[in-house]
Design a protein around this ligand. Structure first.
Ligand SMILES: Nc1ncnc2c1ncn2[C@@H]1O[C@H](COP(=O)(O)OP(=O)(O)OP(=O)(O)O)[C@@H](O)[C@H]1O
Ligand SMILES: [Mg+2]
Length: 296
């Protein structure tokens, strides 16, 4: 099947469904493919450009000694986030006053007992769930002060998310699942990039397989490849090695830290694995919906 017909087969509606993009989303429906392509394909270049820009600004200072130390811009700022849910049995407070920030390129592990609120927190950071109080800023942008459409566009541009339950599209093959975010961004060589990324997670032999015939660990790796392939500024992963054997888990961790080193990707990993947590610069322990203070 030719490239063009394959692209048509994926189609906008599938891309829309897979990314939960409502009709009328500005970032997708009204931008031309070329515009979105230019925007997203330049993600890496723009980051490099901004470094050059900052360096030039610093170099052009006439008196750098008197220049105040610039505070590092938080790529993620979680500001006094509370989350409660109410049903017929009453109100359950899942998160209480979570407040921390991460600088670009930082790596953080979120750890805590089952049911402590880790997945809920990660979903709120991604803007997939909403806080009852407080907010989250992504590269300075309050993600809950903008429309749902704009939030989806921002997420597509900056965030890779690996769900605890993978959330692959059942009616798409492994390759098509990984191609989806690239199709969304109008990236021309989606097939080649997706194929390469699936190779990096050890799935070169599984490109044409559908999720239902893949093992849990293979599905997890497809989900990881789908999150990695757009080279996001922020990678949020919920127990990314939870279904993997030791050796494959090591390979995936290596890939995540390579992404962190090569592209400056900020990593936030929910994990029960203390050895993974030890590889991260920050460890944020959640206990009954609160950050344990000594870990801040
Ligand atoms: N929509 C909801 N309605 C009711 N309770 C919820 C809802 N979402 C989450 N919870 C509850 O909030 C608590 C935290 O859930 P969460 O999935 O964030 O935990 P977790 O720390 O990720 O756990 P695990 O390590 O088992 O994945 C759990 O007790 C869960 O049952
Ligand atoms: Mg969880």
């Amino acid at each position: 099947m030719g490239k063009a017909s394959k692209t048509n087969k994926l189609g906008k509606s599938r891309v829309r469904r897979a990314h939960n993009i409502p009709h009328g989303c500005k970032g997708f429906a009204t931008a031309t493919v070329a515009e979105v392509s230019r925007l997203l394909k330049s993600l890496r270049a723009r980051r490099l450009l901004s470094v050059v820009f900052i360096e030039k600004a610093v170099m052009s200072e006439t008196n750098p000694v008197e220049r105040p130390e610039a505070a590092p811009v938080a790529i993620i700022a979680v500001e006094h986030v509370f989350k409660s849910v109410t049903d017929s049995t009453g109100t359950l407070t899942i998160l209480r006053d979570i407040d921390f920030s991460l600088a670009a390129k930082e790596t953080a592990a979120i750890v805590g007992a089952s049911g402590s609120g880790k997945s809920t927190l990660l979903s709120i950071i991604a803007g997939l769930d909403t806080p009852t109080q407080g907010t989250v800023r992504l590269a300075g942008q309050d993600i809950f002060a903008i429309s749902e459409d704009d939030r989806a566009a921002l997420r597509a541009q900056k965030v890779g998310f690996v769900f605890q339950s993978f959330q692959l599209m059942a009616n798409l093959t492994a390759l098509e699942n990984v191609m989806l975010p690239l199709e969304l961004s109008g990236t021309r060589n989606a097939r080649a990039l997706a194929t390469e990324m699936l190779g990096r997670v050890g799935l070169s032999q599984r490109l044409g397989h559908y999720p239902k015939v893949l093992s849990g660990g293979e599905q997890q790796r497809v989900a990881l490849a789908r999150a990695f392939v757009v080279q996001p500024a922020v990678l949020l992963a919920d127990e990314p090695t939870g279904s993997l054997d030791f050796a494959t888990g090591e390979t995936v961790m290596k890939l995540m830290f390579e992404l962190n080193q090569e592209l400056g990707t900020t990593l936030v990993l929910v994990t029960h694995d203390q050895s993974i947590a030890a590889q991260c610069q920050r460890k944020i322990t959640i206990e009954a919906g609160q950050v344990v203070p000594q870990n801040l």
